[in-house]
Design a protein around this ligand. Sequence first.
Ligand code: TUI
Length: 315
Amino acid sequence: MKLRTRLCDLLGIEYPILQGGMAWVSTAELAAAVSEAGGLGIIGSGHAPTEWLEEQIKKAKGLTNKPFGVNVMLMSPFVEQNMQLIIRERVPVVTTGAGNPGKFIPGLKEVGSKVIPVIPSVALAQRMAKAGVDAVIAEGGESGGHIGELSTMPLVPQVVDAVDIPVIAAGGFFDGRGLVAALALGAQGIQMGTRFMCATECVIHDNVKQLLVKAKDRETVVTGRTTGHPVRIIRNKLAKQFEEKERQGASVEELEKMGVGRLRMAMVEGDVQEGSVMAGQICGMIKRIEPAAEIIKDIVTGAEQVIGRLSKGEF
Ligand code: TUI
């Protein structure tokens, strides 16, 4: 059995597995490794300046001939220049987060880039489908980092029913069981971030990887609800300080100031107490650091086993 969906044909990939584009985490090395393994690797551009992104795109092109993507965080101050670069470089796939990419869609489509926004609601999915995007990533609040209101289980089927473009499910996926569950909900693939943080090729500090390997199911919390920008992170010293400040009714300005530079502090410097370790609820399932190709293989073989079992009526 071949685990191919129409999404694979759309993106030119072997397996319907996307690696989420994570700021300070998914560089060209990880993205190329995932693409080489048959998934879609995605460079996370976050708040990075255009020179950095250019270097990463060129590096990825040198490491793989397969399609890869770039994620554009729409709150970045470099969003305009980064989109121009992506268009010049004809990056095969562009995913977006934390906003509405509407005005960039025509320019990207003109050079043949596939445009796939992350959407946290049915309304935004419908708006994006009307604007001509190629697919949407329906991301539930089980994800790490900046999240929406809904969980994956209610979000995905509602989005599937509301649009007629492919839907990729994200938030809470880890293995083949999750992939089959996503397909059962009508999605054509999954996006995973947290598990790929513990890929051998991921350049983040080893302290973060070890923390995720040790993490249990209840290790993450959502901070920043009072600022309007909720973020799921590992419950560490920073998270506790943030929660305390929010309980005391701190202002949005004070809370935002507290968060500046914290993601880099964790991911690059390895300060897993004072830094912001954004991670999803599946962190409890991560048991080892392994190559991206092993992660993809585990998901695919796991999914095939589940489908085989279900199709024999072995529930
Ligand atoms: O973007 C993410 N997750 C992220 S971005 C990020 S970078 C960051 N760095 C420092 C502090 C805070 C963040 C970390 N994690 N996921 C995709 C995502 N997009 N989740 C939710 C949304 C979203 C929210 C609102 C997408 C669209 C949207 O639209 C609002 C509107 O209608 O314009």
